[in-house]
Design a protein around this ligand. Structure first.
Ligand SMILES: [Fe+2]
Length: 217
């Protein structure tokens, strides 16, 4: 028991000291339909989320260790952390599922699952696009619900609000204004067309295979 407690303490200590590092997505520069200026600005914004996540965690740790855990500031920063952290992670998922050919492998288990659940791949795609066109700023996310083994297209308004509990993100599309307006203005539909033309379906199918596999008895 003591060994377990010591191990847990060591893990927590290690985790609290680790800083997040912004990933390098310059490989995406040159993608058809995404100007260099748009991508560079988006990378910069993403790096801000990484920096702020690190800053907030350090500040929270400092407040906690100096007896400030019951302060208003601590509570406000705790709430803020979800925004910055989710902003960081969602952008990583978004950039990671870009840079591909835009063509899904029709022999993949993901293609079979989308076809089975939505009637056809095209019907799923239409629903995902409709989700991405919901008025407002946010994210369109294809989730996998491991309990029911179901794929669900969701609209997420803010980084830190409204995610499906236990849902696993499979495909992520950023539809905040900064993701397309500098290049496409109000034409979000054209941006979505460009997004689809560059999806890395190998990454997306691999995410699905991992979560689908883990649920099997
Ligand atoms: Fe973004």
């Amino acid at each position: 028991m003591l060994r377990y407690a010591l191990g847990f303490f060591m893990i927590c200590s290690t985790l609290s000291a680790d800083k997040y590092t912004a990933k390098d997505y310059t490989r995406l520069v040159g993608m058809q339909g995404f100007s260099d200026q748009l991508l560079q600005m988006h990378f910069k914004l993403y790096e801000g989320y990484v920096k702020n996540s690190n800053d907030l965690l350090a500040k929270l740790e400092s407040l906690s260790s100096s007896g400030g855990a019951s302060s208003y500031e601590y509570g406000a920063l705790k709430r803020r952390l979800r925004w910055e952290f989710d902003g960081m992670r969602l952008h990583e998922l978004y950039f990671d599922n870009l840079g591909g050919s835009g063509v899904i492998n029709q022999k993949s288990t993901l293609f079979a699952a989308l076809t089975l659940q939505f009637g056809s791949f095209e019907k799923w795609k239409s629903d995902f696009i409709a989700t991405g066109l919901v008025r407002g700023i946010g994210w369109a996310i294809l989730y996998y619900d491991p309990e029911q083994r179901r794929l669900v297209n969701c609209w997420i308004n803010e980084h830190d609000v409204g995610h499906l509990a236990t849902g696993r993100p499979i495909l992520i599309m950023d539809v905040f204004e900064h993701a397309y307006m500098p290049q496409y203005g109000l034409d979000r539909a054209q941006y979505i067309t460009s997004f689809f033309a560059n999806i890395n379906w190998d990454v997306v199918a691999s995410r699905y295979a991992t979560v689908n596999e883990s649920k099997k008895p």
